[in-house]
Design a protein around this ligand. Sequence first.
Ligand SMILES: [Zn+2]
Length: 129
Amino acid sequence: MAPQRQRRHAKVREQRRDFAHRLTTGWARAHDLIAFEDMDIRPFTRSRLAKSVTDAGWWMLRQMCSYKAQRNGGMYAEVKTASTTQQCPECGRTAYPPLTLKDRTYRCPCGHTEDRDVNASVNILGRAP
Ligand SMILES: [Zn+2]
């Protein structure tokens, strides 16, 4: 790789790291509990989603959240991913038919309706110890 290109890559890497530090410091200060999905990103790294998943610095974010939560007297947890998108946090039902990636809203027969990602987040928090 050309030296100029290497410098550009190093600069972008440093900007991402700086952003991740600011983000995770804010989270650790504002919240007693930070929960992540224990998501195996390896399948994504072989797919078209690879760039966005690796760009997100998933591992770096998790690592920073873990030590910063502990440092601030909070808790950090990783929970199993199974059905976090498919489950209703109100009544416990599992979506049928299952939501596909195109379904952006979770709608349960019990009346609970929520954005797909918010619904999954509520389930993740609910599973944290
Ligand atoms: Zn429900």
